[in-house]
Design a protein around this ligand. Structure first.
Ligand SMILES: [Zn+2]
Length: 166
């Protein structure tokens, strides 16, 4: 049960280099990063939102602090609060754009918990649809193609702009 419930988070990013130099989240958070290439759909003061390059399901989002830290427990309060604020915004965008029946929200703290990049905290949002469990492993591993990611990047980038500019 737990295995099935938490398998969405099992990361395809298995970092061999755990420093910030080898970290895909730090690369995505860099101010000069090409947003489409690093799949970032929204940037906030302390936080970024990006598409998972190896999604469990189309629309799978990652919300991460810009700071290279793996421990939510010691994340400065302002950053932790913004992380949750942004998670709310991301959830609204995901629900509006993908119309999922449900959403898995969670994360792995530490390699023993299944984190592929244990030193850089990130929250997963995975849209779910009734009955998707049986064919999801196929889609998660193989079927979410790059054109689909490109199209979702366009839609989500626009949706975040619309939802945060008021
Ligand atoms: Zn990092």
């Amino acid at each position: 049960m737990m295995e099935q419930l938490w398998s969405p988070w099992r990361s395809a990013y298995i970092a061999s280099d755990q420093s910030s130099e080898g970290c895909f989240l730090c690369k995505a958070a860099a101010p000069d990063a090409e947003q489409r290439l690093v799949l970032v759909v929204a940037r906030f003061e302390f936080t970024i939102v990006l598409l998972n390059r190896y999604p469990y399901n189309a629309g799978h989002l990652l919300i991460a602090p810009k700071e290279h830290t793996g421990n939510l427990g010691v994340l400065p309060t302002a950053q932790a609060h913004e992380l949750m604020d942004v998670t709310q915004v991301a959830l609204r965008v995901l629900q509006a754009e993908m119309r999922p029946h449900g959403v898995n929200l969670g994360g792995n703290l530490g390699a023993a918990a299944g984190a592929g990049v244990p030193d850089h905290l990130h929250i997963h949002l995975v849209p779910r649809w009734n009955g998707d469990t049986n064919f999801m492993p196929v889609i998660g591993e193989v079927k979410v193609v790059s054109e689909q990611i490109d199209e979702i990047w366009d839609r989500f980038s626009k949706a975040f702009c619309d939802s945060t500019s008021r």
